[in-house]
Write a protein that binds this ligand. Structure first.
Ligand SMILES: Cc1cc2nc3c(=O)[nH]c(=O)nc-3n(C[C@H](O)[C@H](O)[C@H](O)COP(=O)(O)OP(=O)(O)OC[C@H]3O[C@@H](n4cnc5c(N)ncnc54)[C@H](O)[C@@H]3O)c2cc1C
Length: 458
């Protein structure tokens, strides 16, 4: 039996597995091919919905896709790959429990994506949170909502000010959309707290470059910054975080304040798993690939050169450097879902082509622009040169992502969330106690009162 292993069931891995499992349906049925998918989560996360999940516009469960339901012809292993020795076609994975497993394969698709890129900024590792997983989105929602209970209940003005000050560092998709959604949430939620003056709630968006949302182009980026400013978000361009020790935030423009909430989205880096392989890695830590999405060395940026191919190894998405052969002013495809899902199609087709002895095709895609949501009924869009803002852009954002999220059932659930949200009051429940897990029971079992120990927070 030939084994094809897909590492990571994100935008690349999920769509590769889905497409390939259809193309290889009869081979899989006959037991001639096994398509194995390995991911630490039992679901695919549709990342562009993380800000909407954090804001409570969709249920977190609806922003993810259960692998066993969606990829029925695949073998699913839940755990993280820790090493790849491609020379001997073996990998090591750590299941969620129990001993490590060594797995042999014939073909491997390496798509573990990217991770938040932390910088050596004092306090960052202790205080900040990223937004790459559904767990982080849920935590952030609970944490932000709970700040209002902290502020409304404390008698200490410093604790109150710190609780009601929120910072997002990084003005790309993740930072601007998360801030846009959460600011919109807090602007509504504050009405339920007569003790809090809305002017006390302060949001900062800190961006090193001189514009935000480069994905929608400079004109729409300027519009987005202006709209956020109108919503009293303090947008600091050309600025970054100097330190945030103990929640005391110091910006490079000299501003200082205390905040309980620092959302870090200032850049991503390729998954560190790539360093634990014998495969070629580029200068920024990406897997070196050609436009056929084969791992290959000696490929010049921006060209369709084939290079020296590493047989049986394939890569795409955020963790790969794939030459961009369009006239987009970037030598390699930018990390985006737009590239990831399209690369996944070509990658699946090429593995199938190799399997049946057909010719491989190159990945060619001209960036079509993007859509971004900035809270309910607010957004910016720039696709195929068509620029939109406000309600129209927001509808484009929702329509586009609804069409892209896998599965009819998932689409139906998300649509239902939106319709219910439209006709009902904004959901302001926070369930921060889920992160306490067994702690309240342990406290009771130990004879102490969990409420006295403050065991009810996120
Ligand atoms: C908040 C947010 C909003 C975004 N909005 C947009 C948008 O509007 N439009 C757009 O084009 N892009 C957007 N992006 C970017 C887009 O989501 C990514 O570019 C895309 O997900 C990359 O796909 P990928 O398959 O390379 O990685 P991912 O989708 O991140 O998938 C990687 C997978 O690998 C798994 N994995 C990690 N380590 C291991 C391991 N050791 N072993 C096995 N599996 C592993 C992970 O669990 C994950 O499932 C957004 C990103 C974020 C964070």
């Amino acid at each position: 039996m030939k084994r094809i292993v897909v590492i990571g069931a994100g935008h690349v891995g999920f769509y590769v597995a889905e497409r390939l499992s259809k193309k290889l349906k009869s081979d899989i049925k006959r037991g001639q091919v096994e398509l194995m998918v390995i991911d630490p989560n039992q679901h695919m996360t549709y990342q562009p919905f993380l800000p909407e999940a954090a804001a409570g516009n969709i249920s977190p469960r609806h922003g993810v896709v259960p692998l066993r339901q969606a990829l029925k012809r695949c073998t699913i292993l839940t755990g993280g790959v820790t090493e790849i020795d491609h020379a001997s076609r073996k990998l090591v994975m750590q299941p969620i429990a129990g001993p490590v497993r060594e797995i042999e394969y014939d073909e491997i698709v390496i798509a573990p994506g990217s991770v938040s890129r932390p910088l050596p900024i004092p306090g960052l590792a202790d205080v900040a949170i990223g937004i790459k997983t559904m767990g982080e989105a849920i935590w952030l929602r609970n944490h932000v909502l709970q700040r209002f209970d902290v502020a409304a209940t404390t008698t200490d003005p410093d604790v109150r000010r710190k609780a009601l000050t929120f910072v997002a560092v990084g003005g790309g998709f993740a930072g601007a959309e998360t801030l846009g959604e959460l600011e919109d949430l807090t602007a509504t939620v504050v009405d339920n707290y007569p003790e809090i003056d809305p002017a006390e709630v302060k949001w900062y968006l800190v961006e090193y470059a001189d514009k935000i949302l480069p994905e929608v182009g400079p004109q729409m980026g300027v519009y987005a910054a202006r709209e956020l400013t109108k919503r009293r978000v303090d947008v600091r361009l050309g600025t970054t975080l100097k330190s945030c020790e103990g929640g005391h935030v110091v910006l490079t423009d000299g501003e200082e304040f205390d905040s309980d909430t620092v959302i870090w989205t200032a850049g991503v880096m390729p998954n560190p798993l790539l360093k634990q392989t014998d495969l070629p890695i580029g200068p920024k830590g990406h897997l070196e690939c050609n436009t056929r999405l084969q791992v290959a060395t000696g490929v010049e940026a921006g060209t369709a050169e084939i290079g020296e191919v590493v047989d049986g190894a394939w890569g795409a998405g955020d963790s790969a450097q794939v030459p961009d052969t369009s006239d987009f002013p970037m030598p390699y495809c930018a990390p985006s879902a737009q590239h990831a899902v399209r690369q996944a199609q070509v990658l699946a087709d090429n593995i199938h082509a190799k399997h049946v002895g057909a010719a491989l095709k190159p990945y060619e895609h001209k960036y079509i622009g993007s859509v971004a949501g900035l809270g309910l009924y607010k957004g910016v869009a720039n696709t195929y040169g068509f620029k939109a803002k406000g309600l129209l852009a927001w509808l484009m954002h929702r329509g586009y992502h609804l069409s892209r999220v896998p599965g009819v059932g998932r689409k139906g659930r998300i649509l239902a969330d939106w319709i219910v949200g439209f006709f009902t009051k904004r959901e302001m429940v926070q369930l921060g106690e889920i992160s306490l897990g067994r702690e309240p029971f342990e406290a009771i079992a130990a004879g102490s009162d969990p409420a006295r120990a403050g065991k009810s927070s996120s």
